[in-house]
Design a binder for this molecule. Structure first.
Ligand SMILES: NC(=O)c1ccc[n+]([C@@H]2O[C@H](COP(=O)([O-])OP(=O)(O)OC[C@H]3O[C@@H](n4cnc5c(N)ncnc54)[C@H](OP(=O)(O)O)[C@@H]3O)[C@@H](O)[C@H]2O)c1
Length: 338
């Protein structure tokens, strides 16, 4: 038996395409002492992967040409040399990679740890979405950095996506008025259906700064920025006094990874508003994972958190799924079911 893998074929310059990865047959891996072998059932497609395939990967080690593409996944244990894991258990980990089988080391610390999935609590793929890394990102970014409170106006970009959909709903639970920004009317209708108060389609709005000002005449108290770029600039023009800005992602600039991020110079606006801007790397917050998962699961059970995923079927379609998510053709958390 072989293990099919998607390996990086070349570092893309600009927008990656289907030739960026190539499909290989590798020998079936064997778990060593203390390790488990899983058969992958779900793979997660995330914007951070664009950084990992850049030759100058940023906060984490990138993928070298010829290596298996990095990525999180969920799978069933098929062999175990670890006393706490047995065949049939379901495992989730950030380092499964784009492959049909993976050897994992359950006892690694922090975000490298293998998490046990209890299918009685939620569908296993939820641990790649609202009950996993994107959920933790939304939870800590909103509650620890953005800190919306009743009466605040909060803006979230990429509002219908894996992170944004949770941010907006946590903002509502905190009593804020939430404005979602996304690139299609269909995505925005879904955001309103789960409680967002107002929405803006950035693809059909010429004057984004004006549109935000019209919906937030007292200014924006909390901005959860998933995109960077022109949306970022338009919201910064509208900050309220003592605003909190969470810099979570810059997908609008992801394909210009090696270029300088040049845009609005906001320093005078920041002085006037005494605003605070803070970057977020979810891996710094792994100690909050259990708290976040427990509260997100509670809200989900109570119907206060509604989530959406976008599933493609088939290992062959993993690169396609990544490219469609980067191009905004996903509607909700992008996953592939094997
Ligand atoms: N800092 C961290 O630790 C951390 C952790 C997780 C995620 N993130 C970041 O959070 C952001 C959202 O991630 P996600 O997993 O939830 O992805 P997602 O929102 O489910 O999918 C990405 C979305 O980005 C939007 N997009 C693509 N190109 C864009 C552009 N040029 N301008 C504006 N929007 C664009 C698209 O939606 P539209 O239809 O709206 O264009 C697309 O659906 C990403 O920037 C990601 O890197 C950061």
């Amino acid at each position: 038996m072989t293990n099919r893998q998607w390996r990086l074929a070349s570092h893309p310059r600009g927008v990656p395409d289907l030739e960026t990865w190539s499909l290989h047959d590798a020998p079936m891996p064997e778990p060593g002492p203390g390790q488990i072998l899983i058969r992958t059932q779900w793979l997660s497609l995330d914007p951070y992967m664009r950084g990992r395939i850049s030759p100058s990967a940023n906060y984490a080690k990138g993928v070298s040409v010829g290596e298996v593409m990095q990525g999180g996944g969920v799978g069933e244990v098929v062999a175990s040399n670890h006393p706490d894991w047995k065949p049939g258990d379901i495992a989730e980990a950030m380092n499964v990679g784009w492959q049909e089988y993976a050897v994992l080391t359950p006892d690694l610390p922090g975000s490298a740890k293998v998490n046990r999935v209890d299918p009685a609590l939620a569908p296993p793929q939820a641990t790649l979405a609202w009950l996993g890394m994107p959920g933790l990102t939304a939870y800590v970014g909103t509650l620890e950095i953005g800190r919306p409170k009743p009466g605040d106006t909060m803006v979230v970009s990429a509002a219908s996506g894996a992170v944004g959909q949770i941010v907006g709903q946590i903002g509502k639970l905190c009593g804020a008025r939430v404005i979602g920004i996304a690139g299609s009317d269909e995505k925005l209708a879904w955001c309103r259906s789960v409680g967002f108060d107002e929405t803006i389609n950035y693809k059909t709005t010429n004057d984004m700064a004006g549109a935000i000002a019209a919906l937030a005449p007292q200014g924006v108290n909390v901005f959860f920025d998933n995109t960077g770029g022109p949306i970022h600039d338009a919201v910064l023009r509208n900050l309220a006094v003592a605003a909190r800005v969470v810099i979570c992602g810059r997908i609008a600039l992801a394909n210009d990874f090696e270029q300088e991020d040049i845009g609005l110079r906001a320093s005078s606006r920041l002085i006037v508003t005494r605003a605070m801007i803070q970057g977020l790397v979810v891996f710094d917050w792994w100690h909050k994972r259990e708290e976040a998962m427990s509260r997100l699961a509670g809200w989900h059970r109570e119907g206060k958190l509604i989530t959406k995923e976008d599933v493609l079927d088939g290992f062959e379609r993993v690169p396609e799924a990544f490219l469609r998510m980067m191009a905004g053709r996903n509607s909700g958390k992008q996953l592939v079911r094997l």
